[in-house]
Design a protein around this ligand. Structure first.
Ligand SMILES: Cc1cc2nc3c(=O)[nH]c(=O)nc-3n(C[C@H](O)[C@H](O)[C@H](O)COP(=O)(O)OP(=O)(O)OC[C@H]3O[C@@H](n4cnc5c(N)ncnc54)[C@H](O)[C@@H]3O)c2cc1C
Length: 326
């Protein structure tokens, strides 16, 4: 019997979508391994994640609302998760491939003397062992990875690699008694500053209207924002647009930006370089607007418009407005 432990990222009790994706995936893995799904959530509001996690396959939530976990950097989280792993002995520890997830994963792996498998897009139980799939070299190769020393792998999972499908259960809450002190409270968070960026993170949006170098400057992004507003979506960007300083980094989609899996992805003035494609190619529907009929993005697109974006985008927004008014 092998249990799976997932680390939950949440904002004052609201789990991030990636954590629900991981919980649903963990439910499938635990079923295959004959075990249960344990989740750990820490910091203000942590216990409030219980019902939602249960909806996505978590059996037991270990949580503490202690604000100390928000006030200090890293160490208290590592201490709490490490002590939980000691008592649960899970077969795998799953975290989001995020800033905090990567930090926590590396520290846990050192303490547990095990390996980290990073940026994972596939995870299965094969002959009782966890086997992960990750893409390397900008999506050019897919590799299968296992931790060989018999210890539980620490796996960071790319947002949108798995679907957040409902796996309804009645999750049980276990309060965490671990209290950080001494060494664990040496680095304090003095101030949290909201990074300028999309109001909804691009990797959690259902509709993304993305702009590239073809926009020619920062102003046309307002035109994209208008279209996104009409559609109830958010604005994304290629690295070329971000590097040019036309829009901030949190909007960047691709290998060195966010991986997205929206229902609809509209690529406007984006050529479709491989490093961009690896971040958006699993969108349900891809629409491309580009003046070059040979642009590689059209190989991927379900629907394409060849033409000048400065004519097509305002006309499209206007048409949507008209139809919504009826
Ligand atoms: C290690 C590494 C990591 C990278 N990571 C990323 C990443 O995370 N994300 C990313 O996006 N890129 C990434 N890149 C860069 C990537 O290789 C491309 O350079 C980049 O994606 C190109 O951006 P673009 O499509 O906006 O620009 P271009 O390739 O210059 O394409 C602009 C497109 O706009 C079209 N166009 C121009 N004017 C108009 C008009 N008026 N109307 C309609 N269409 C028009 C053109 O036909 C062209 O197809 C990475 C590169 C490397 C080496």
């Amino acid at each position: 019997m092998t249990d799976v432990l997932l680390y939950v990222e949440h904002e004052e009790g609201r789990p991030r979508r990636v954590s629900l994706e991981i919980s649903a995936k963990a439910a499938d893995l635990a079923a295959a391994a004959g075990g249960s799904v344990h989740a750990v959530a820490l910091g203000q509001g942590a216990t409030q994640t219980l019902d939602q996690l249960g909806q996505y396959g978590t059996d037991v939530l270990h949580a503490s609302d202690d604000e100390t976990f928000d006030q200090y950097l890293g160490d208290p989280l590592v201490g709490a998760v490490e002590s939980l792993i000691g008592s649960l002995q899970p077969g795998a520890i799953l975290l989001p491939y995020s800033q905090d997830g990567k930090d926590l994963a590396a520290r846990l792996a050192v303490r547990l003397q095990t390996g980290v498998i990073a940026n994972v897009i596939g995870l299965e139980v094969v002959d009782g062992r966890f086997e992960a799939t990750e893409t390397i070299f900008g999506g050019a190769y897919t590799t299968t990875v296992r931790v060989k020393n018999g210890r539980p792998p620490v796996v960071t999972i790319r947002p949108n690699a798995f679907r957040a499908e409902a796996r309804p259960k009645t999750a049980r809450l276990e309060e965490i008694s671990y209290r950080p002190e001494g060494e664990a409270t040496r680095a304090k968070r003095e101030e949290t500053v909201q990074e300028e960026g999309a109001p909804v993170p691009v990797d959690e949006a259902s509709i993304i209207v993305s702009g590239g170098r073809g926009l020619g400057g920062p102003e046309p992004f307002e035109m994209l924002q208008d279209l996104a507003d009409e559609l109830g979506g958010v604005v994304g960007a290629s690295r070329a647009a971000v590097d040019a300083g036309w829009i901030s980094y949190p909007h960047q989609v691709g290998q060195t930006g966010r991986t997205v899996k929206p229902q609809t992805y509209i690529a406007i003035g984006i050529s479709g370089a491989v490093q961009h494609r690896v971040g958006m190619q699993t969108a349900d529907t891809i629409i491309a607007i580009n003046k070059d009929p040979d642009a590689p993005i059209f190989q991927l697109a379900d629907l394409g418009a060849v033409g000048d974006l400065f004519q097509i985008v305002p006309a499209l927004t206007e048409e949507i407005r008209k139809r919504k008014a009826h």
